[in-house]
Each structure stands twice: as structure tokens, then as C-alpha cells.
Design a protein around this ligand. Structure first.
Ligand code: GTP
Ligand code: MN
Ligand code: MN
Ligand code: MN
Ligand code: MN
Ligand code: MN
Length: 200
């Protein structure tokens, strides 16, 4: 396991730790941008209240709920739909290295999940998130889809990656796109390189 990573069980043994769970929801799609560029997959992230991009989810209290129950509760608050997430959707758990997390006395463990849905369900999530979700306009300013293509101009995924992300959400996104083969390694490399040029 990569450094800082631990298994779900090891993570739960730490009773002093704080825990947060986030999930990448995605689907396949046949839609085409401008009627010609296949977008292939819908990947959901959110614009947070602090102006950073991140995944839906939040703090979970394992003394009161399982990690997955807590995540589903957070999804109800942030998306307006209690999307069920299960242990099988768990991808990794790791200690947070962000400065704000380490200034507190209790360590923060970040749990990450990925869940594949039908395109129709993703559309329902988007609809609910901007209408009935209790956190809409408050903790969550809006759901966004991640562009997975990169144009010659650098527009698309590379531009998206040049924005600011909470914690390690940017690498969670990149790792997931690679692992699930949503974007080819070559295209990811190209997008990362031109996103770095954009930030200079
Ligand atoms: P409150 O109701 O205000 O407590 O927010 P919340 O429960 O929705 O918590 P939040 O989603 O902000 O997540 C809790 C902590 O997890 C944050 O302070 C970040 O340190 C971290 N975090 C938030 N989003 C992400 C994410 O997408 N990926 C990772 N790795 N960490 C995140
Ligand atoms: Mn148009
Ligand atoms: Mn929340
Ligand atoms: Mn949250
Ligand atoms: Mn919360
Ligand atoms: Mn809250």
C-alpha cells in the first residue's frame, strides 16, 4: 500500500481519529459535445462553499453509523438523494496531510469510494442536488461534470485540473480516471502537463 494508506479495518481501529468519506459517482454516456465529440463518461464533482473542487461526502462518526451509512447521510444532505454506497465501493483510506487537519489534535482519516451508476440516475442526482438538497447553495455551490477530453488548445481536462482542489481530491480524481480506464494514460499525462503550464 502507498505511504499514508491504511485498510478500512485498520482505519476503524483508531477510535481517536476523525473520519470523512467521499465518493466519485460516474456513469457511461453516449452523448456528444457539439454533436460530435463523444464525452463517454459522466464524472461528478462539486464546487464547495470554500471555492475548492471536491467530491460529495463529509465527516462520518463511526461510533454512531457505519462509514457507508454516514457517507449516504452526507449524500442525502449534499445531493438530495440518499445514494446507497457499500463496502464494495471502497477504494482507499489514508491519513489527511492537509495543514488544517494536522493542526487539530485528532488525526483525520479520509475514506474514498467510487460508485458506477446509470446515466439516468446521475441525471436525477444532478436535478435533486440543485433543487431539493438541503446543502444546495450553502456547503455545496453546485455539482459539476469533469471534462475528460483535452483539446489542442489545452481546454478540457487540463484546464479543469488547473483549478484548486480540497485535500487530495485532485489525485483521487486522476487515480480513478486511470484505474477505471475512463481516460488513457497518455491523455492523462498530456492533460497534467498542460494543466501545470496553465498554472504558471
Ligand atoms: P461540515 O458539515 O461542514 O462538517 O462538512 P462535511 O461534513 O460535508 O465535510 P467535508 O465534505 O468538508 O469533508 C471533511 C474534510 O474532508 C474536509 O475538511 C477536507 O479536509 C476533507 N475533504 C473534503 N472533500 C474531500 C475530497 O473530495 N477528497 C478528499 N480527499 N478529502 C476531502
Ligand atoms: Mn452552445
Ligand atoms: Mn456535508
Ligand atoms: Mn461535504
Ligand atoms: Mn457533515
Ligand atoms: Mn454540514
Amino acid at each position: 500500500m502507498a505511504s499514508g494508506q491504511l485498510s478500512r479495518d485498520e482505519a476503524l481501529e483508531c477510535s481517536q481519529c476523525r473520519h470523512a468519506c467521499h465518493v466519485m459517482l460516474y456513469s457511461n454516456t453516449a452523448s456528444k459535445l457539439f454533436g460530435k465529440i463523444p464525452i463517454r463518461h459522466i464524472v461528478l464533482m462539486q464546487m464547495r462553499f470554500d471555492g475548492l473542487l471536491g467530491f460529495p461526502g463529509g465527516f462520518v462518526d463511526p461510533s454512531e453509523e457505519t462509514l457507508e451509512e454516514g457517507l449516504t447521510r452526507e449524500l442525502l444532505e449534499e445531493l438530495g438523494i440518499a445514494v446507497p454506497v457499500s463496502i464494495e465501493d471502497h477504494v482507499e483510506s489514508r491519513f489527511s496531510t492537509s495543514p488544517s487537519a494536522s493542526s487539530s489534535s485528532n488525526k483525520l482519516i479520509l475514506h474514498f469510494y467510487v460508485k458506477k451508476m446509470e446515466e439516468e440516475q446521475i441525471r436525477e442526482v444532478e436535478k435533486a442536488a440543485s433543487s431539493i438538497a438541503s446543502d444546495h447553495g450553502l456547503e455545496v455551490l453546485g455539482m459539476v461534470r469533469v471534462p475528460l477530453y483535452t483539446f489542442e488548445s489545452g481546454g478540457g481536462l487540463s484546464c479543469f485540473l488547473s483549478h484548486s482542489f480540497i485535500g487530495n481530491a485532485r489525485s483521487q480524481l486522476i487515480d480513478s480516471l486511470l484505474r477505471l480506464h475512463l481516460v488513457s494514460p497518455k491523455d492523462i499525462r498530456r492533460a497534467i502537463q498542460s494543466s501545470q503550464r496553465m498554472q504558471e
